[in-house]
Design a binder for this molecule. Structure first.
Ligand code: ZN
Ligand code: MN
Length: 154
């Protein structure tokens, strides 16, 4: 895993199938709650937090606990099926649509996080590797600023 080449954006359906396959092959049961969590993660490009996933699942399954969300996320992380973006100030956000390293743009006002389309990551990774002698295994690259909506509201 962890090639710096970005596969094309996969659709939510394929990601959901991959997640289900990964869980089933390890013998994990797919409860309706867990399926709801997987669907949110597979489709979402919005990089949800644990709390926002919880809120969305609770709307359909009111007894779902926050611990269930955490457990499922931990499991998916172990299986390489979700990317966790940890922020010291804001907590973690999750990308189940693209579970491999890729750059992000973060709005410092509203917390929106998007995946920029960029072709230059593999070039940059090669340059880094050549300049340092490191064998690069993965990367973390965040850009910060104001999203178009927040710029309008300024
Ligand atoms: Zn914003
Ligand atoms: Mn992302």
């Amino acid at each position: 895993m962890k090639s710096d080449r970005q596969p094309p954006m996969t659709d939510g359906k394929q990601r959901l199938e991959n997640m289900l396959e990964a869980l089933k092959s390890r013998g994990y049961r797919i409860t309706p709650q867990r399926l709801a969590i997987l669907k949110i993660l597979a489709q979402s490009r919005g990089h949800p937090s644990v709390e926002s996933i919880h809120k969305e699942v609770k709307a359909v399954f009111p007894t779902t606990s926050l611990a269930t969300i955490y457990k499922t996320l931990t499991l998916l992380k172990e299986l390489g099926q979700v990317l966790e973006l940890g922020f010291a100030d804001w907590g973690s956000r999750y990308d189940g649509n693209r579970p491999y390293p890729h750059p992000h743009i973060i709005c410092t006002k509203c917390g929106a996080i998007v995946d920029p389309e960029s072709e230059s990551m593999s070039v940059m990774t090669q340059e880094m590797s050549q300049a340092s002698g490191f064998r690069i295994t993965h990367h973390r690259l965040d850009f910060f600023g104001l999203c178009p909506q927040c710029q309008k509201e300024e």
